[in-house]
Design a binder for this molecule. Structure first.
Ligand code: CTP
Ligand code: CA
Length: 224
């Protein structure tokens, strides 16, 4: 029961969570997406609400239902849609947790009609999307910024570089090619890196347990 289990650890905090996969349309019947299931982000949204926060969940594609207790749920399709929804709300947010897997590239143009095949090979011209988290980092005032890093190699190195480049307070890094970790799994194995150089390891646990630990670490480190 939600009300019985609710605590006040994040009472009154405005938390924006992004989750799931973005979809970049090629034509009316085809698109580019990724393997994100949304489970990690939805678990964080749910646990934040249980800890008393006002939660806005901005979600790309998932097969999940909206967690109970969320204040506002916004469904988006593309990286551009997510950018607009996140940036517009940024001023009123205390903590941003960017668990979404955002497309780095999108088709240069979406074809109005279904693209017909020909006898030759084809390629699709892609253009870079805007980096949402980097934009937030560049405009950071009072906000706590938490990123995710999905890697298949050199996890620590890439994660630490992302903290610097995006002006983050912390990043949750996972090796998505490891057994028991990553996008489609119900469990995850993560390392949390902080801007002060410290690190917390979370061994293989359910995404729900990991969400609780991520939020506990955010609270202990950054919330008075
Ligand atoms: N991110 C974002 N906007 C983008 C791309 C990524 O906000 N256009 C965010 C993700 O939500 C995540 C963090 O940046 O919290 C790191 O994403 P990741 O894909 O691991 O890193 P990138 O910076 O995109 O670098 P690369 O994919 O080359 O590793
Ligand atoms: Ca990326």
């Amino acid at each position: 029961d939600f009300e019985l289990n609710k605590t006040q650890e994040l009472e009154g905090k405005n938390i924006l969570v992004t989750a799931g996969a973005t979809i970049e349309d090629i034509d009316p019947v085809r698109y580019i997406t990724n393997n994100s299931s949304g489970k990690m982000g939805y678990s964080i949204a749910k646990e934040s609400a249980l800890m008393g926060a006002n939660v806005i969940l901005i979600s790309g594609h998932t097969n999940l239902s909206v967690p109970y207790g969320i204040k506002e749920f916004v469904r988006i399709r593309s990286a551009k849609d997510m950018y607009d929804e996140v940036v517009n709300r940024y001023d009123n947010i205390d903590i941003v947790i960017k668990a979404a897997a955002v497309a780095d590239y999108t088709p240069q143009k979406k074809a109005d009609n279904k693209i017909k095949k020909s006898d030759t090979d084809m390629s699709i011209a892609l253009t870079r999307t805007k980096d949402i988290l980097k934009t937030l980092g560049e405009n950071k005032k009072h906000q706590i910024l938490v990123g995710f890093a999905a890697e298949t190699t050199d996890v620590e190195n890439y994660a630490k570089t992302k903290i610097q480049k995006k002006n983050l307070d912390m990043i949750v890094a996972n090796n998505v090619s490891m057994e028991g970790a990553g996008f489609l799994s119900d469990t995850n194995i993560v390392d949390i890196y902080y801007s002060d150089g410290s690190k917390t390891h979370i061994p293989k646990s359910s995404k729900c347990e990991i969400a609780k630990l991520i939020l506990k670490n955010i609270k202990d480190k950054f919330v008075k």
